[in-house]
Design a protein around this ligand. Sequence first.
Ligand SMILES: [Zn+2]
Length: 237
Amino acid sequence: MPIIQLAEQEIEIIQKRIKNLHLSVYPPKGQVKVSAPTHMNQDTIRAFLISKLPWIRKQQEKILAQERESHRDYINRESHFFRGERVLLNISKTSGAHSTELKHKTLEVAVRHPDDPESVKRAIEQFYRDHLNDEIQKIIAKYEPAMNVKVNEFGIKKMKTKWGTCNYQAKRIWVNLELAKKPPECLEYLVVHEMVHIIEPSHNARFKALMDKYYPSWRVVRDELNRLPVRQEGWEY
Ligand SMILES: [Zn+2]
């Protein structure tokens, strides 16, 4: 891939059959990529990038601040997020299977090796995953009849730049594990958004009308989600 060097920035250029320039800044380090129409010349791309340098730097600062903020050591009394609320870790040792339980505002994590951050992290992620699994099932069951849509399959995974995706042909939905940390309405909105994609794959007027119909407060929740770390211009939620 060709690289343009601009001030301290190394920007990767991807030329493909699109109509407009599209600029993205990615975590964790603020890498910059620009997609440009196949026949656009390098000078035009360079001029565009120069005009966008302040924006690029601003996004990079946000990403780096977010990376610092999201760093966790997985130690006792550390604060984490669950369903939009702050919870404190209380880590203990167990000789049996690991377990994680929410009691009041404390996440009780029992693992074999309490001093090993990786094993504490795995236990918490399992807890997040189990929680999302239950909640997503409920949301799908709630909306399927109303929308007359069938979700064949859903999954949960870690994603860097998206809250969710939908393969509308396979009717399969993927949800970002990070959503376990966000308020419950964010999860509901995201699942409905992906379910609407089964009816309408693009974000066109029909898509918006369907969102208005099935989840009328979607704009408010989307904005809430967008206030949370965002890394891409043209972020689609
Ligand atoms: Zn979408």
